[in-house]
Design a protein around this ligand. Sequence first.
Ligand code: HEC
Length: 186
Amino acid sequence: MGTINEEVKDDEPIKDEPGWLPGWWMGIFYFTIAFSLFFPVYYHLMQGWSQENQYMEQVKTGPKVEETAVTLKADGSNPFRGDSAAVSEGQKLFMMTCAACHKPDGTGMIGPNLMDGEWLHGNTDSVIYNLVLTGIPQEKLKQKKSPIGGPSSPMPPKGGAPISDTKVLKILAWLSQKNTTLLAGK
Ligand code: HEC
């Protein structure tokens, strides 16, 4: 019992040294300071690393997002007809931008059936391309009522999606493969 309450005696004198850390410790300390000054100079200036170079490197090797702009051929036909890569991209684009009104399989919902032989505004590449680019305003609607009933509503340019003219041609390439009553030409 007695040992617990025993006063702790600090019989070791505290040595009051001049406030310096050991030489090896200070050595490491000065080395890290010197290194922090040297390294940025070495890395950025001597090795030539820069954000700009890094960026240019990635631009060179990265995926190409640009597409070359394509338009109708001189005879008015769609240059992507029969181009299987364009057709499959066109199908995906149709799903994203047109399916909401024309149904994923194109058989019509708010907009008319695009898979039948009936065309309200014409049935050639050139006519349909221009129709999709400009959209169909209220006063040009030909549909009396939508396939699912109710009044017909206008179609916004490119279905309201911010896609390029070239992408519209890809969608129509898919459409022309699905529906052969869409004819090549003017
Ligand atoms: C907001 C709904 C809507 C979207 C989105 C839409 N359309 Fe339409 N589309 C319509 C309507 C409504 C009509 C019928 C206009 C009329 O009465 O003349 C139409 C008509 C058409 C026609 C003419 C059909 C015919 O029989 O003459 C084509 C071709 C067409 N759309 C293609 C497209 C394509 C391609 C897209 C996607 C880029 C698209 N539409 C997106 C509503 C839409």
